[in-house]
Ligand binder design. Structure first.
Ligand SMILES: [Zn+2]
Length: 194
């Protein structure tokens, strides 16, 4: 099953130690042998991400892209649900690399070394991070992040910045103007120039 991370999890002190094996190998098992490829990125991305051949160890990551699950406030959506939905859409597994539930738990999705399936045209060189929620009671786009989710987002972004110092943080909507996702300005909120 998927790995569950908390803000106190050692994964945040030791970059990359709780990463999942590639989709086909089964999700959620903690492995250590990906650390090297993540810490030594190189330009080996394939340039397309939504397909069965998305794996690219050591790819360069330029963007951390924030998403929402676009689900209703009362709707509990697990990382397994997202995984199932994405498989139904033809992906190998969950398209995001991290998923943050309303209780602030960070779940690992796709391994960092593997190209995600979350933002068309930008998957090859990005990491996808999704929070549970993003719609109000009427189904309209809304920043529904809980305080725990906000804290978790900051934690995972800071951790990823250690691994990928050159990466910018953006929202899905910054790259695809037709989207409201993630329903807040990630650029404003997570700008590294403060
Ligand atoms: Zn999105």
């Amino acid at each position: 099953m998927f790995e569950k991370l908390t803000l106190n999890d050692p994964v945040f002190n030791v970059p990359g130690t709780h990463l999942n094996p590639p989709c086909k190998g089964g999700l959620g098992n903690s492995i250590d042998n990906e650390v090297r490829s993540i810490q030594a990125p190189s330009l080996t991305g394939r340039g397309k991400g939504e397909g069965p051949k998305g794996e690219s160890p050591g790819r360069s990551v330029r963007l951390l892209i924030i998403h929402c699950s676009a689900t209703l406030p009362g709707q509990r959506v697990s990382v397994q649900d997202i995984d199932r939905w994405h498989r139904q859409r033809g992906f190998d597994c969950i398209g995001y690399h991290f998923y943050i539930t309303v209780d602030g738990t960070i779940w690992t999705g796709r391994p960092l070394s593997q190209i995600g399936a979350h933002c068309k045209g930008y998957n090859a060189h990005s990491i996808g991070i999704c929070y549970e929620g993003g719609l109000d009671e009427e189904g309209r786009p809304c920043d529904t992040r809980t305080l725990l989710q906000k804290a978790a987002l900051v934690a995972i972004i800071n951790k990823l910045r250690e691994i990928y110092p050159a990466a910018d943080v953006v929202g899905h909507c910054d790259l695809d103007l037709s989207k409201a996702c993630p329903c807040f300005s990630a650029v404003e909120e997570y700008s590294s120039e403060e």
